[in-house]
Design a protein around this ligand. Structure first.
Ligand SMILES: [Zn+2]
Length: 76
């Protein structure tokens, strides 16, 4: 069985990262669940992914994908 599980991958990936900063895996998993369930966060992830798929800047100034594209000139 692979990890993270394919049917709960996003939550496990988030929890792994959060787990570095909190005292328990249970808390990390709880926080990750709240993020995964947040419709505004889901909508923003969808919006960013759609922009990238269309070959456009997503407009997020922290976006590493857009930063890399601007450095390499791959999108120009
Ligand atoms: Zn971007």
């Amino acid at each position: 069985m692979s990890y993270p599980p394919a049917d709960d991958r996003l939550r496990h990936l988030l929890a792994q990262r959060i787990n570095c900063h909190v005292n328990s895996w249970k808390l990390a998993f709880f926080i990750a669940g709240g993020i995964v369930d947040d419709p505004e966060i889901r909508a923003e992830l969808d919006r960013i992914a759609a922009a990238h798929t269309a070959g456009q800047h997503c407009g997020d100034r922290n976006c590493k994908a857009c930063f890399a594209a601007s450095v390499t000139g791959a999108d120009s």
